[in-house]
Design a protein. Structure first.
Length: 256
């Protein structure tokens, strides 16, 4: 078995990155413990495409022992590798990666932050409620928005988890950033506090077009017909084409 890897180990020393990438794919096809060790080592390759291919291969091999190495890749200099690592940890269901994925929400590259959000959802459940609530108020506003929105789709497993989640969302309504407030109210409605929809409805006529856009987006996701009158009034006054188009779509959807 070990002899199968000898030509591939040589190929992994090639000066042509594409040849090294092909060697990674071949190592994955063979599989087994030796393959996993080789692939973990490839995470140090100088080329981002080769490193990404190694992460993909480790996921396909369902390698639990590679989780620490993939967590380390969340700090890679390449956004492409950080994104791949973020997705990989979700696919592998790596609960030990939760605090690292929460930190990755702060990544300056949007697609990396998005991948971390998706993986937190995938690992999901009550396991991520307390860690996310704990870091919420010490996070940047962009991260706060992602966290409060994520809290809306989690189904708490215990009364204690539900209490922590709801108390955190209610506290977030006091934030100065209106986007954090809108998405906190959104998640409260998703969690059963339907009366909080009025907070979002109020913002569809905000003077800031970004706030209006987010409020209309949230109401569209909630599919709450109580917002129809306010949305129609907002449409009559709207001057921004992007917000106007969104208003038309949401109103049309709610009227069906």
């Amino acid at each position: 078995m070990e002899q199968q890897f000898e030509p591939l180990l040589n190929a992994l020393k090639s000066t042509v990155w594409f040849h090294r990438q092909q060697a990674v794919q071949a190592v994955e096809r063979i599989g087994g413990e030796t393959a996993i060790k080789i692939l973990i080592n490839v995470l140090n390759d100088e080329n981002e495409n080769v490193r990404c291919q190694a992460i993909t291969a480790l996921v396909k091999l369902k390698s639990g022992q590679s989780i620490d190495a993939i967590i380390k890749a969340l700090s890679d200099s390449s956004p492409k590798v950080r994104e791949e690592a973020s997705f990989a940890l979700g696919i592998l269901g790596a609960e030990e990666a939760i605090p690292h994925l929460i930190k990755a929400l702060e990544d300056s590259v949007m697609r990396v932050s998005y991948a971390a959000t998706r993986s937190l959802h995938k690992i999901g459940g009550s396991k991520i409620i307390k860690p996310m609530c704990k870091v919420l108020f010490d996070s940047a506003d962009t991260v706060k928005i992602r966290i409060v929105e994520a809290l809306g789709v989690i189904e708490p497993a215990t009364d204690e988890d539900k209490k922590v989640l709801m108390n955190t969302l209610y506290k977030a309504l006091d934030e100065t950033n209106k986007l954090v407030v809108i998405w906190s109210a959104f998640s409260l409605v998703k969690q059963g506090a339907e009366e909080q929809v009025h907070i979002i409805i109020k913002e569809v006529e905000n003077t800031d077009k970004m706030i209006r856009f987010n409020a209309v987006t949230a109401l569209g996701k909630l599919k709450d017909k109580r917002s129809l009158d306010a949305l129609r009034r907002a449409l009559d006054k709207e001057l921004d084409i992007r917000v106007e188009e969104l208003l038309l779509k949401v109103i049309r959807d709610l009227e069906r």
